[in-house]
Ligand binder design. Structure first.
Ligand SMILES: [Zn+2]
Length: 99
């Protein structure tokens, strides 16, 4: 597994946390917005905030910028890294890491 540690907290993340193309960051954001609209919750709102930060990061050639508060989502991805070594949900991880 490829691991990167270049965000400001020096946490270890999988390859999914590397700098995104603006195109794929925008696609992630639109997916999260759809999920949030379908089932509004603080959790989904945090997912959207995180996706916005990733999209802004892609424009600045960075993996992530802390423009919007996404504490819940960041806690979630840290738990996922600890559990199964990927920042994404199990469903998405399967798609990403097997490609
Ligand atoms: Zn991953």
């Amino acid at each position: 597994m490829m691991v990167t540690a270049h965000n400001k907290e020096d946490r270890m993340y999988c390859a999914c946390h590397s700098v995104l193309s603006t195109r794929s960051a925008a696609r992630h954001l639109s997916d999260e917005v759809v999920e949030w609209v379908c089932a509004p919750s603080r959790d989904e709102a945090s997912d959207v905030a995180y996706a916005v930060n990733r999209l802004l990061g892609s424009l600045l050639k960075r993996d992530y910028v802390s423009a919007l508060p996404a504490t819940r989502h960041v806690a979630k991805i840290n738990n996922r890294m600890a559990d199964y070594g990927c920042i994404r949900s199990r469903r998405h991880r399967k798609v990403h890491h097997e490609r």
